[in-house]
Design a protein around this ligand. Structure first.
Ligand SMILES: [Zn+2]
Length: 256
């Protein structure tokens, strides 16, 4: 059984066939998916999805390209989602994005820091988004020691990887781009990371793996990404699948 550790099933591109998407996920033996919220609207949608499907869990975070209130306080904004029976299991995705110029670095930094501090305080994993901002992301991660979490859609950064592997409780999650034929840097990273630190995800509806390239991505396709990873590492599928399941259970504290 695989876990899709990161997807956005609330996107309206799933409105027509969400039930079929969930059925295909079960058929592909993808036992659960974590629906990642990125802004107040999607936190609500993710919570509702998790409440109504037993195979879905969710996380809440303010994405660096979302609208960032100047006075954002993670404890206030996200706190309500961390209580009760249908609580979020992680903070994120959050981080630094300097690819899009929606928000300045100065606006992004305190929002990210506040979420790192909340995650540490609540002992929850934090899901990190970073784009064109490896050094800036690393600086923030280092400035809030004692966190645990996931580098989502790992981009191959040697600096971030070295830092994450030095920490006892950080994981590297590969998305569909690791299966792209020309992604040689990612291939190399995928070969050398200890299996006990690996996760797989789709980031659906984005970044469909090579076999489905150009299509809408969905949780069932995490199996293609996983198989690409197993081939790159030259490891038996069943053993690696078991290790990745144990990793997902450990980082999210959920008995998927
Ligand atoms: Zn995402």
């Amino acid at each position: 059984m695989l876990i899709d550790t990161h997807c956005h099933l609330y996107f309206d591109s799933f409105d027509e066939d969400r039930q079929q998407v969930l059925a295909r996920m079960a058929e592909a033996c993808v036992g659960a998916a974590v629906v990642v919220g990125i802004d107040p609207g999607s936190w609500e949608q993710a919570r509702e999805l998790a409440a109504s499907h037993e195979r879905l869990w969710y996380s809440v975070g303010l994405h660096p390209t979302s609208e960032l209130p100047a006075d954002f306080l993670a404890a206030e904004a996200l706190g309500p989602y961390l209580e009760g029976d249908n609580a979020a299991i992680a903070i994120g995705e959050c981080g630094i994005d300097l690819h899009w110029d929606t928000n300045t670095l100065e606006a992004q930094q305190p929002v990210f820091r506040s979420q790192l501090e909340l995650a540490r305080e609540r002992e929850l994993p934090v899901i990190i988004h970073t784009r064109s901002a490896n050094a800036e992301t690393l600086e923030l991660l280092q400035s809030v020691p004692g966190t645990r979490g996931i580098l989502h859609c790992f981009n191959g950064s040697p600096e971030l990887l070295a830092w994450a592997l030095e920490q006892p409780q950080w994981y590297i999650s590969f998305a569909g781009n690791v299966s792209f034929r020309k992604a040689t840097e990612l291939h190399e990273a995928a070969r050398v990371i200890p299996a006990e630190r690996l996760l797989v995800e789709t980031d659906a509806p984005f970044i469909a793996p090579q076999a489905k390239r150009g299509q809408r991505n969905e949780p069932a396709y995490v199996r293609h990404t996983f198989e690409a990873l197993a081939t790159l590492r030259d490891e038996p599928i069943e053993e690696l699948e078991e290790i990745l399941l144990a990793n997902a259970r450990r980082i999210f504290g959920v008995d998927f």
